[in-house]
Design a protein. Structure first.
Length: 202
């Protein structure tokens, strides 16, 4: 031990030790860069594959979001949907249910038809890109409204809402397409929110 200190002490008093350590650390870092790049690339690949996973059928996704039926923007969004339905030539008599679900990065972002039926309307609505988790602002965001007439003549509506990160809504169905719970409606790339409406018709 004493002999080791005798050797190290002169190195510590000079720059010799630094001249040895710095190149050694630099070589270690350069040697580890390919490994770090490989690990980071693998993690990103796994996240992307997990995000774009596809169950192949309709299922409940995301977390339930309660809403205030008396809120002005909620009412506005409802009447916007009703206007689209009426423009397709149908009149609704009552709203059976409305469900709003927010999608995190860990949720599946592919949307499927909730019922068997025919697409009677499919409308893209430009808008803002606010945080879609915000109940007050999400009705102002870019969205796509798909309306389905079921076999029992009920109306089902899927509203897909973009958010701050999601700025691309892809739609895979067109008006007059026959759909089932195995029919893919589309995808929100890094999507944020999906709303489902169920109406009774005349």
């Amino acid at each position: 031990m004493i002999q080791l200190m005798v050797i190290i002490r002169p190195l510590l008093r000079s720059n010799n030790l630094l001249n040895i350590i710095y190149p050694l650390l630099l070589n270690i870092i350069l040697a580890l860069l390919p490994l770090a790049f490989f690990i980071i690339s693998g993690v990103v690949f796994i996240i992307v594959m997990f995000f774009f996973r596809d169950s192949g059928h309709f299922k409940t996704i995301g977390s339930f979001v309660p809403f205030d039926p008396n809120d002005a923007l909620v009412v506005r969004a409802l009447y916007e949907v009703i206007d689209i339905i009426e423009s397709a030539g149908y009149n609704v008599t009552s709203l059976i249910s409305k469900e709003s679900r927010k999608l995190s990065l860990f949720d599946e972002h592919v949307q499927y038809s909730p019922v068997k039926g025919v697409v009677i309307a499919n409308e893209y609505i430009p808008g803002k890109f606010f945080n879609a988790f915000n109940d007050k602002l999400s009705p102002l965001n870019e969205r796509n409204v798909t309306v389905i007439l079921s076999e029992d003549n009920d109306i089902y509506v899927i509203v897909r809402i973009a958010g701050m990160i999601a700025r691309r809504i892809r739609t895979d169905v067109n008006v007059n397409d026959i759909v089932t719970p195995e029919t893919k409606i589309g995808l929100i790339r890094f999507g944020s929110r999906v709303e489902y409406y169920h109406f009774k018709t005349n």
